[in-house]
Write a protein that binds this ligand. Sequence first.
Ligand code: 5GP
Length: 212
Amino acid sequence: MAWASDNVRHSSNSSPDSGRLVVVSGPSGVGKSSVVEGLASRVPFRFSVSVTTRAPRPDEVEGVDYTFVDEKRFREMVAGDELLEWAQYSDKLYGTPRAAVAEFLAAGHDVVLDIENRGAAQIRESHPEAILIFVAPPSLDELERRLKARGNTRDVEKRLAVASEQITSAQALYDHIVVNDDLDTAICDIADILARPGRLGHASEDAQETPS
Ligand code: 5GP
């Protein structure tokens, strides 16, 4: 693939028994949620339930998809350093609760975060050993088609411009870029990445290091 990448970083600051922090990010409309959902049937992990100030969608369940809070509560969480990372997206606030992630990791579970790219950058800063995966569309034309198919006709141009920027800068931030052309293949690709023994924080002799 033109934008395929496989940069592996090594770090030594996590306990050998703790789980791995895995970030799955990518442009709006690329199918991140479907990828994470599909991944759940292949590999064991805990999903980090984010807090958000946006309203629940009809099919969403409190505490499963998100914890829905008002802006006052969200700001309190920021002030109290309760969030591992947070960002504003489409005028709403989203963040990853620190305590739940720490608990899962300490119990030895891998933890998957489905977050946007500024959150991913914050995780890279605070947890250099985290595995950052960028889910890319096969092309911007296909991304446009998917965005329109899911009813996003209003700000498609803006989303495509943001996506284009994200794709260009993805190589510098992410360890792996997985192209979601076919959903099952993308899920398998991520499962393969997570199955590798030479993981970040547990560098093995045979892991390949590619400076990014
Ligand atoms: P949606 O409102 O469609 O569920 O999510 C909008 C965007 O927010 C998606 O790109 C999603 O990955 C991102 N997002 C969800 N939770 C978090 C979070 O806790 N932190 C950050 N930075 N982004 C999040």
